[in-house]
Design a binder for this molecule. Structure first.
Ligand SMILES: NC(=O)c1ccc[n+]([C@@H]2O[C@H](COP(=O)([O-])OP(=O)(O)OC[C@H]3O[C@@H](n4cnc5c(N)ncnc54)[C@H](OP(=O)(O)O)[C@@H]3O)[C@@H](O)[C@H]2O)c1
Length: 262
């Protein structure tokens, strides 16, 4: 039987590197993104010929587009073994300035979209009897951070929904794994939304100094071999997650100091 995966956000950054990393482990990978041309570039970057990479154009900001994508993925009636809900969009704006439209868009792309897609694919994943849903979260899914209010809220929301789903779907052989990502060198800050909905357009020092998308993808591959519920991936910034949990006074001291710079 073919092993089948679905990866969202496969046109860039972490999702693209992960697609390349997983090429030899799956027979079919449905790769999702908004632009067919960018998805075709990901396909060109995969040298393995044992995998069929199928591009699926999907905009997480459009419920109809998500429904169409799911129909396309399910049309052959195959069982899906892995769903990586990786696509996402960040934010660089103060809460007071951010329009309700931008807040709604961030929640739709980062939270409601992945939830809708997952629910549409769930029956197929149940049939696989031993499948995995992976969520690309963030360290700001574990704590708040300046200029990220709604982005952080959307990542926190993913933890609430998908942890609940893990309990519900255990008896159906579905496991949920969170990737708590620190800083990775991708276009995430460049593509981040500003208060009025424009792209931020700048590479943050944090992302520029992060681990490479390829290194991140290798660590995700290792995480996929395990049944760890939550895996932290990144550099020294991951310490903030530990501080928040075990040394909250230290976490607040550092975070408040950093907040003074915005
Ligand atoms: N890089 C980091 O430091 C970092 C840290 C923590 C968490 N993360 C998370 O990692 C995930 C991947 O981000 P990345 O760093 O690889 O950034 P990226 O290079 O900007 O890639 C984002 C991906 O998401 C897709 N995407 C964005 N908006 C979409 C929409 N409306 N509909 C469908 N797909 C959409 C993009 O595809 P198209 O633009 O082609 O549609 C692209 O493939 C995100 O969830 C992000 O929040 C990243």
């Amino acid at each position: 039987m073919s092993k089948i995966a679905v990866i969202t956000g496969a046109s860039s950054g972490i999702g693209q590197a992960l697609t390349i990393q997983l090429c030899s482990s799956f027979q079919i990978i449905y790769i999702c993104g908004r632009k067919l041309e960018s998805l075709k570039k990901t396909i060109d970057m995969c040298s393995t010929n044992t995998v069929e990479l199928i591009p699926i154009v999907m905009d997480l900001n459009d419920k109809n587009s998500i429904a169409r994508a799911a129909t396309e993925i399910l049309k052959k009636g195959e069982e899906i073994h892995l769903l990586v809900n990786n696509a996402g969009q960040s934010q660089r704006s103060l809460a007071i300035d951010t329009s309700e439209e931008v807040e709604a868009m961030l929640m739709q792309i980062n939270y409601f979209g992945p939830v809708q897609l997952t629910k549409l694919l769930l029956h197929s994943m149940r049939k696989a009897k031993g499948s995995k849903i992976v969520i690309t979260s963030s360290i700001v899914g574990k704590f708040g951070y300046p200029l990220r209010s709604t982005y952080s809220a959307s990542k926190h929301a993913l933890h609430g929904f998908f942890e609940s789903l893990r309990f519900e779907e255990k008896k159906n052989g579905i496991f949920v794994q969170f990737l708590v990502i620190g800083r990775v060198q991708t276009q995430v800050s460049v593509n981040a939304l500003t208060a009025g909905g424009d792209s931020y357009g700048k590479m943050d020092d944090g992302q520029a100094g992060g681990i490479s998308a390829e290194a991140c993808a290798k660590k995700i591959d290792t995480a996929l071999q395990s049944n760890r519920k939550e895996v932290l991936i990144g550099g020294k910034e991951l310490l903030m997650v530990k501080f928040k949990k075990y040394l909250p006074f230290l976490f607040y001291k550092i975070a408040e100091k950093e907040s003074n710079h915005v």
